[in-house]
Design a protein around this ligand. Sequence first.
Ligand SMILES: CNC(=O)c1cccc(C)c1Nc1nc(N2CCN(c3ccccc3Cl)CC2)nc(N2CSC[C@H]2C(=O)NC)n1
Ligand code: NI
Length: 185
Amino acid sequence: MILMKDIVRDGDPVLRQEAAKVSFPLSDEDQKLADDMMEYLKVSQDPELCEKYGLRAGVGLAAPQVGVSKMMAAVLVPAEEGAKSPFTDVIINPVIISHSVQNGALTEGEGCLSVDKEVPGFVPRHDRITLRYQDTKGETHKVRLKNYPAIVCQHEIDHLHGILFYDHINKENPYEVSDDTIMFE
Ligand SMILES: CNC(=O)c1cccc(C)c1Nc1nc(N2CCN(c3ccccc3Cl)CC2)nc(N2CSC[C@H]2C(=O)NC)n1
Ligand code: NI
């Protein structure tokens, strides 16, 4: 089971590397990694278990964050009342094949399990993306995502390319975004 002690923190070079493509069929090790990363998200989103294991809650976790520089990330965006559309899968060798011109950003900024300090500011991302990836069975998927699930997938795909969320925050004015940026909770 992945615990906070297994999460690599900012400053470790593995978080700034380009991860390696994953080959199929998955090795037993890669399959276990996929399962463990998804399990972390599930446990972290359960208030009792989160507390019991001293975890930070997350909706995404990328392999480099547990020290494995491979193109794999688990995403578990729960179904919430109202507009948000859920998205749950382990995305392997993900590629954003198209995206909206319009940006989107979380009004509360972003957090990351590998960044212990709060970094205030808006993180401008594409509001809508078309994502192609392979699942753990090697099946290729092409999905259109928008708003929160799109933000989360971009945050995790960034990890696979050595990019951290605060790299996108405007240094001069952290709360400056283009006026057509969609801001959401
Ligand atoms: C600095 N301000 C903030 O962090 C921030 C502050 C307020 C609101 C938001 C929305 C913020 N932003 C933010 N909140 C999250 N969570 C909200 C709580 N949630 C969760 C918590 C408990 C149970 C179930 C769940 Cl679901 C877990 C996920 N997650 C991310 N990110 C950035 S994209 C990857 C994703 C990630 O998993 N990070 C660890 N950002
Ligand atoms: Ni992160």
